[in-house]
Ligand binder design. Structure first.
Ligand SMILES: [Zn+2]
Length: 160
């Protein structure tokens, strides 16, 4: 049988703290909940790493919608998104027209990922939130989404 440490052993304090909490969980329910959080933590780490890796690849810059000049990279800019596995952060290149035309800012990497400009919540989280809010009383939907995703969601956020 494979032990969990053979599967994965992140050497971070956060992980060690979760491992301790896990070992100290007295009931089955507590064990499962902490293990669930550990799974989410791992999923988030995987997603964040993959996004940061992919963002390093050379970008194909389009042209300015105003003057037609080829867009230029302004460098890497941080992006933060609330997802089903928690807050995910990565850095990707943002481009703009060399003539500084208004509305020329472009983020090809976001478009590749299916992210709309100014989007702050990931699509899979919105879908789940909507489904829960349709089928359950509102307070219960908020509670369940928090349990599933491990993220604190305000009533107002889910309502939106
Ligand atoms: Zn331009």
């Amino acid at each position: 049988m494979i032990t969990p440490d053979e599967v994965v052993t992140p050497m971070t304090r956060e992980w060690q703290k979760m491992r301790e909490k896990f070992h100290q969980s007295p009931t089955l329910a507590a064990l499962v909940l902490v293990a669930w959080q550990m799974g989410l933590w791992l999923a988030r780490a995987f997603v964040e790493y993959e996004l940061n890796q992919r963002a390093q690849q050379a970008e194909q810059w389009g042209h300015c919608p105003e003057c037609g000049a080829k867009l230029q990279s302004k460098g890497f800019v941080k992006c933060r998104m609330l997802t089903l596995v928690g807050w995910v952060e990565w850095k990707r290149r943002v481009g703009r027209c060399p003539h500084r035309c208004g509305g020329s800012q472009a983020v090809p990497f976001d478009a590749e990922l299916g992210i709309a400009p100014y989007q702050q919540t990931s699509v899979e989280l919105m879908r789940l939130g909507c489904m829960l809010a349709v089928f359950l009383p509102f307070g219960l939907a908020v509670h369940l989404l928090e349990q599933l995703s491990g993220i604190g969601i305000s009533d107002g956020a889910l309502w939106q």
